[in-house]
Design a protein around this ligand. Structure first.
Ligand code: SME
Length: 156
């Protein structure tokens, strides 16, 4: 399928609730993971205009940059390094209201102020992360964590 997204107004919850079925339709029947990750990034960027949204996937002992939307980013992140590497190590979603106070934060862009990283867990193993960055402080909360987890569950 390739159609325009319907961009929702309203609360963050309403925006995610409008977007989720569209993401489902977008990737339904498409087995190629890269294609689906790419379209998910585009859909999230289009709806929320996030500063940066993208996937990192684990390859050997590092997170390697996957499909994303936004400015160029670091290609490789080590285990337990930065927000992404910490989410990988802890297997927990990390909501960082102010990246400047996160020890070891990896600043791919000095414009990024807050961040959410959701680990992608399959068979109890972390296989990658979904990372979203904002130019505003305090951009992300449990609503984002809840719905971005649902996005991951659609794709993986
Ligand atoms: N800030 C992340 C690095 C990835 S970029 O934000 C795209 C981190 O600390 O892991």
């Amino acid at each position: 399928m390739a159609e325009d997204l319907t961009i929702a107004a309203g609360s963050k919850t309403e925006q995610y609730q409008t977007l989720l079925p569209q993401i489902n339709a977008l990737i339904h029947g498409e087995p190629n993971l890269i294609a689906n990750m790419a379209n998910v990034c585009a859909a999230l960027k289009e709806q929320f205009n996030f500063f940066w949204v993208g996937f990192y996937l684990i390859e050997a002992d590092q997170l390697v940059l996957g499909p994303f939307q936004g400015p160029v980013a670091c290609t490789r992140i080590s285990h337990n390094r930065g927000v992404c590497g910490t989410a990988w190590a802890t297997k927990e979603t990390l909501i960082v209201p102010n990246v400047n106070t996160f020890p070891g934060h990896i600043a791919c862009s000095s414009k990024s102020q807050s961040e959410i990283v959701i680990p992608i867990i399959r068979d109890e193993q972390c296989i990658g992360v979904l990372d979203v960055d904002s130019e505003q402080l305090n951009q992300f909360d449990e609503v984002d964590a809840h719905y971005l987890q649902q996005v991951i569950d659609l794709v993986f």
